[in-house]
Design a protein around this ligand. Structure first.
Ligand code: FAD
Length: 429
């Protein structure tokens, strides 16, 4: 349905949709698919045209649950992405491997490492095949939630503006953070300003004991809160990145490419693994990505994925949280449209925060060194207690952070405190 009316200065075409989703990343496409399955018309507005580059390539097994729920599992399985079965952590003393088959809960024990240009295109195409209408190169530039129906002002690539009204808006705009900015919802993150330098390389790794089915997380030999990721893809290439506080990086070199090379050069395991690699792609940088909002919902809208909150890349939690928020929102919206009484605080924000808080505790403990002491703790052989703990930790690393049967989800801070004490003082236990 299209109507024409005049605003103060400009004349807009006004389009009408049941649900508008801003952004066609994982949160947007999964939300679109779930709402379409429930019978609602969905319009997605996407600033870019896909495929487009996006960082965030290592999925967690928990993501597979939402991909399955959205009816996209077969397509994702058929796409020949790199299998991922766990993570290897390495510091200057030792390495520690966590395998998802060891996790304590049921559910997927594998996932994929995905080039996000391909992965996000696949999910968006799936959503289109279920009936989603995606408007590419359409940027949301303004929003009105005060007079009548929620109304967004959009601009296409030629600079032409229109408006679109909807019963409800889901903001899945990622780091675009459209509604947090327009509605003044942003609030500072309590994490420091960190930065990631990263690239894609032809890795040519040929070491026998290198496991291509794992993500590698390596700690800087001297500075514990600088860490590296090595995420292999199925085509012989990999994503390689380093994360640390921005001020530290600047002190190493003001040029990102030189800082990246210097940081790689001091990590002996990476230098060895990548000694044949072809660094054929420019180094990119992203910083200050941790973000929060005052509220994840309001009258006529909810925030999904990174548009709501982003913690940190270290445990690859971003896409899992994005998909969980999409799944929760689609269920509540369905009931709201059926005139049932819903409460976005207790049915959306609070359940979502269970997993976010678990990851927040783990991220905090990673950077202050406590979790590193746990991860690299050398267990005695036949230590049954430690084996059980590792199963519980594997579940968290697999992204099953909404399973309150796991004590590290139910009481992350106190459980972790006890565990850290145990690992730091093993003789006392
Ligand atoms: P996005 O995937 O960012 O999608 C948002 C979409 O909205 C984009 O396509 C964008 O073009 C569109 N958009 C933006 N503004 C507008 C607008 N005004 N109008 C219309 N459309 C708009 N996560 C992981 O799970 N695993 C990892 O290994 C991982 N590594 C990371 C490494 C780094 C350094 C960083 C910073 C993040 C990492 N993440 C990782 C996080 C991950 O990138 C995000 O959490 C994830 O992409 C969020 O998905 P989303 O759907 O919310 O947003």
């Amino acid at each position: 349905m299209v109507a024409k009316h005049s605003g103060n200065r400009r004349e807009f075409m006004t389009h009408r949709a049941k649900v508008v989703i801003i952004g066609a990343g994982p949160a947007g496409s999964i939300a679109a698919a779930l709402l379409l399955k429930k019978g609602y018309q969905v319009t997605v507005l996407e600033r870019d045209i896909f495929p487009r580059f996006c960082i965030g390539e290592s999925l967690l097994p928990q993501c597979m649950e939402f991909i399955k729920e959205a009816g996209m599992l077969e397509a994702v399985k058929a796409a020949n992405f790199q299998l991922k079965t766990g993570a290897v952590f390495i510091n200057n003393r030792c390495s520690a491997e966590f395998d998802f088959v060891d996790k304590f809960n049921d559910g997927f024990n594998y996932t994929y490492q995905v080039q996000r240009d391909r992965f996000d295109t696949l999910l968006a195409e799936q959503a289109i095949s279920f009936g989603a209408e995606i408007h590419w190169q359409t940027t949301v530039i303004d929003a009105d939630f005060e007079s009548g129906l929620p109304t967004l002002t959009i601009e296409n690539k030629t600079g032409h503006s229109d408006q679109i009204e909807a019963d409800f808006v889901l903001d899945a705009s990622g780091f675009g953070r459209v509604l947090p900015r327009l509605l003044d919802l942003e609030t500072p993150s309590n994490f420091p300003h960190r930065q990631a330098l990263f690239t894609h390389i032809e890795d040519r790794i040929c070491e026998d004991n290198y496991d291509r089915n794992k993500t590698y997380i390596l700690v800087h030999p001297e500075i514990k809160d600088i860490w590296y990721w090595l995420i292999p893809f199925s085509n012989g290439r990999c994503s390689l990145g380093v994360v640390g506080e921005s001020t530290l990086f600047e002190s190493i070199d003001s040029d990102n490419t030189l800082a990246f090379k210097k940081l790689l050069g001091v990590e002996p395991n990476l230098s060895r693994l990548l000694n044949q690699a072809d660094f054929d792609t420019p180094v990119q940088s992203i910083g200050g990505y941790s973000a929060r909002v005052k509220s994840l919902y309001g009258d006529g809208f909810a925030l999904l994925g990174n548009a709501g909150e982003f913690l940190d890349p270290v445990f690859s939690s971003g896409v899992a949280i994005a998909m969980k928020s999409a799944s929760l929102a689609a269920d509540i919206l369905d009931r709201q449209f059926k005139q049932e009484t819903v409460d976005w605080q207790t049915e959306f924000t609070e359940p979502l925060q269970v997993g976010v808080e678990t990851f927040r505790t783990f991220v905090q403990a990673w950077y202050d060194g406590r979790l590193q002491d746990v991860v690299f703790f050398q267990r005695q052989q036949n230590d049954r207690q430690m084996a059980t703990i590792r199963e519980l930790l594997s579940s968290v690393f697999a992204g099953y952070v909404w399973d309150k049967n796991n004590p590290y989800v139910k009481n992350p801070e106190s459980r972790l405190r006890t565990l850290v004490e145990m690992c730091r003082n093993p003789d006392l236990n």
